[in-house]
Design a binder for this molecule. Structure first.
Ligand code: FE2
Length: 191
């Protein structure tokens, strides 16, 4: 993606106005690629987030316009994360197909990873949980990766996920107070 197009991402209302580092690696590394494939196209991954938020957009549009547009805006940022991770996996020496690799076994991404849900409450709760778990998974992978370039990129992606978590929590506070009351941590303002 061209630098100018990249800058456009930082201007989206649901993104942090901070530049992204260019994907780089110290050297090819299969183990690091395997870790990043989990963030890229595992069960808890950018691929799952894109598809979950896009589906929630479809289900909310026309009924909960504001939340629908939040889902769509965040899905587009997750697509950019997918691209950044894909470029990094390629630099690490692995084809960025939508799958994870464990030993010699490949597991392709599956649409059953998406939490489809039935209404506002369970969908927003799942989106909030997804952002929290994504942050946790990125932090775990940062601890296992000693490539400074990859860790800088993961740090920037984590900042977006923290921002998304805040936006989903704000949406829950406004449109789903029952859900918000049941979330006893990381409320907007505390994060
Ligand atoms: Fe993401």
């Amino acid at each position: 993606m061209a630098r100018q197009e990249q800058e456009e991402h930082t201007k989206r209302w649901c993104a942090l106005p901070e530049p992204y580092p260019k994907p780089m690696v110290v050297q090819p590394n299969l183990y690091y690629a395997q870790l990043l494939l989990e963030d890229y196209a595992g069960s808890l991954s950018e691929m799952t987030a894109i598809n979950q938020y896009s589906y929630h957009y479809l289900m909310f549009v026309g009924e909960y316009e504001e939340i629908a547009h939040l889902e769509a805006c965040i899905a587009i940022i997750e697509m950019y994360h997918l691209e950044l991770l894909g470029e990094t996996i390629k630099l690490l020496g692995v084809e960025p197909k939508y799958r994870t690799i464990t030993g010699n076994c490949q597991t392709f991404w599956d649409a059953s990873h998406v939490f489809y849900g039935t209404g506002l409450y369970d969908r927003l709760a799942a989106d909030i949980a997804a952002e929290k778990l994504a942050i946790k998974q990125y932090r775990t992978h940062q601890g296992l990766i000693s490539d400074k370039y990859i860790n800088i990129l993961l740090e920037r992606i984590i900042k977006d996920e923290e921002h998304h978590l805040k936006l989903f929590l704000h949406a829950a506070a406004r449109f789903c107070p029952d859900l918000f009351r049941n979330i006893d941590e990381e409320k907007p303002g505390n994060a």
